[in-house]
Design a protein around this ligand. Sequence first.
Ligand SMILES: [Zn+2]
Length: 152
Amino acid sequence: MLRGWGNGLASRDSTRHIGDVALQISQSALAAMIAAAQAAAPCEACGLLLGTGLRIERALPTANVAGDPATHFEIDPAALIAAHRAARDGTGPEVVGYFHSHPNGLARPSATDRQSAARDGRVWAIVANGAITCWSDGPDGFEPLSYAVTQG
Ligand SMILES: [Zn+2]
C-alpha cells in the first residue's frame, strides 16, 4: 500500500533541492519521540510513526521487547500488528514509519539497523542527543530525509 510512497522517498531528488522538504512531522510527534528517548535511557526507546502519506501526525511509543534493549530495539509486536491491521482496515492512520533512539548518540542508522531494515520505503526516525534524523528505508539502503516541523 505504501510502496508508491516508498519509491518517492527512495528518490535522491527528494532531498537534493534546498527548500524541498520530503517529510512533515508535527511538533507533538517530535516532542513525544524526544520524551520517549529520555524516559527509556540508557535503553533504546522505540515506537510507531502514524499519519498520512508523508505527514507524521503522531509518534506512539511502544515497549522495546529486544533481549538487549541497551543496544537494540524491537517494537512490541502486538502494538505493531494492531497498528498495521488498523491501517489496512481503514480504522486507524497509516503506519508511516518507526522511530527508535540511540543512547550512544549515533545520529544515523547503525550496522544493526541496516541488518534489520525491511527496505519497504517506510520512514525511520532516530533520536540521538535530543535531536532527530529521518531516513527512508529504501531498496538501496537508508537515505537521509529532510523534514519540516509543523504545528499540532
Ligand atoms: Zn538503531
